[in-house]
Write a protein that binds this ligand. Structure first.
Ligand code: AMP
Length: 420
């Protein structure tokens, strides 16, 4: 070990586990790419105001969890705590919404940072793959995104997850509900901080995980009873579309999510094998966010799935992804001359698109064959002085154990044939 360790609340991805992370990212991205979502990448940091306005000044993310810094030039920046505000900012900046092709459908993948109290499944640096559909109000779009996330999780083999669904109303009906809720909450026995929250963002009190708070919320007014007709119809349509697609969900009227920008559809994917940090992904509609950050009216919907927790969910379900071995051929040279010759073969194989690795460091046959085994390669190429004198290499099938001499000049063609 060196003098240094990964900072508190972070961890390194190292082989072989890191391969699962790559596969999870790919599994989430694939259905998006196949459904018209284009890849977007934004900086790891943004003007701190973007998140303050976008995510919400009263949210934990902004008040407690942001990594902020002042540059030498005096700019106030923050490491991004989430993706949506940045993606929308970038889409507006690039005028993607003006190309007359709404919705603008985008997907992204990257690192996010929150100064949270670390625990299993909750880190200060984590990784998300997300999707946003910007500029269109259409329940089909909300349904599409939920269905694609469901498809991604299923393609990984996950089964013990549930989809929680709610509607948060819009700018017509939510304020009426908000007031009713505030009136109810002000009469409860709550601590100072929660009382403050009642005034700034009362819906988030519903999200409080503490049992003594939850106990008092049983008779809280329900948003469902306050939804305007348009929101009700919209929500019913999303539900019907999901049902028609065979996607099972649970109505959860307490689901409010920790970000201020959500309107109407909100949803969360929870996994039952993860303990306290059970949310593997979540999202919803954010019809007002564009205007909140100075853009035009652009009703939008999106989600972000956590890669770290998805990997934990796989482990909780005992799922081992069928990851193809990365190396097809492993070359084991015995002696100086063989080293040069076999390295030439390996370089040729690689250029021909065959994944090949090499026993470096002039190792003995036994140790090198162990490495060949560990690499998962289907074939080993072994050559010593005598083989070279005869112009051949020994080609060993690592599965059957069969071995045959193949002329040096034909190795590449032979392997290409065998590997198909
Ligand atoms: P959120 O933006 O909070 O809805 O987060 C979306 C997803 O990102 C969550 O469902 C988690 O899977 C993941 N996530 C959020 N915060 C963390 C964290 N601190 N550590 C690990 N994963 C996280």
């Amino acid at each position: 070990m060196s003098t240094f360790q990964a900072p508190k609340g972070t961890y390194d991805l190292t082989p072989p586990r890191s391969a699962t992370f790559l596969a999870v990212r790919e599994a989430i991205a694939a259905p998006l790419r196949d459904s018209g979502y284009g890849y977007i990448e934004t900086p790891g940091f943004e003007n701190v105001e973007l998140f303050a306005r976008g995510v919400g000044e009263s949210t934990d993310i902004v008040t407690k969890e942001m990594y902020t810094l002042t540059t030498k030039g005096g700019s106030q920046l923050a490491l991004r705590p989430e993706g949506t505000a940045s993606v929308l900012r970038a889409a507006l900046e690039a005028n993607l919404h003006k190309a007359g092709n709404l919705p603008v459908k985008l997907w992204y993948s990257g690192s996010y940072y929150r100064y949270e109290r670390p625990q299993a499944g909750r880190y200060r640096h984590f990784s998300q793959v997300g999707a946003e559909a910007i500029g269109t109000e259409d329940p089909v779009l909300d349904a599409e995104l939920i269905i694609l996330a469901d498809q991604a999780y299923r393609s990984l083999g996950l089964r013990q997850f549930r989809i929680l669904l709610n509607s948060l109303g819009d700018k017509e009906c939510r304020p009426v509900y908000r007031e009713a809720l505030q009136t109810f909450l002000r009469d409860l026995d709550l601590d100072e901080e929660t009382r403050r929250r009642i005034e700034i963002n009362p819906l988030r009190v519903l999200d409080d995980k503490r049992a003594d708070v939850q106990k008092q919320l049983t008779d809280a007014p329900k948003l469902r009873d306050y939804l305007c007709d348009a929101c009700k119809a919209y929500h019913e349509e999303v539900r019907a579309l999901l049902t028609a697609a065979g996607v099972v969900f649970e109505d959860d009227e307490k689901l409010v999510r920790g970000l201020d920008y959500y309107t109407r559809t909100t949803f969360e994917f929870v996994h039952d094998g993860l303990g306290a940090q059970s949310a593997v992904g979540g999202g919803g509609r954010y019809d007002g966010l564009s205007e909140m950050i100075g853009g035009p009216e652009l009703p939008s919907v999106g989600w972000a799935l956590g890669v770290d927790r998805t990997v934990l969910a796989l482990e909780a379900e005992g799922i081992e992804l069928d990851l193809p071995a990365t190396t097809s051929v492993y070359a084991v040279p015995l002696g100086e001359e063989a080293r040069r010759a076999l390295f030439g073969v390996v370089t040729g194989l690689r250029r021909a698109g065959i994944a090949a690795d090499f026993a470096f460091g002039g190792r003995g046959l036994k140790g090198a064959m162990k490495s060949a085994n560990r690499s998962g390669a289907r074939y080993a190429l072994v050559a010593g002085e005598r083989d070279l004198a005869e112009g051949v290499v020994q080609l060993k099938d690592m599965e059957s154990g069969e071995q045959s001499a193949v002329p040096l000049s034909e190795v590449e063609a032979e392997l290409a044939k065998r590997l198909g």
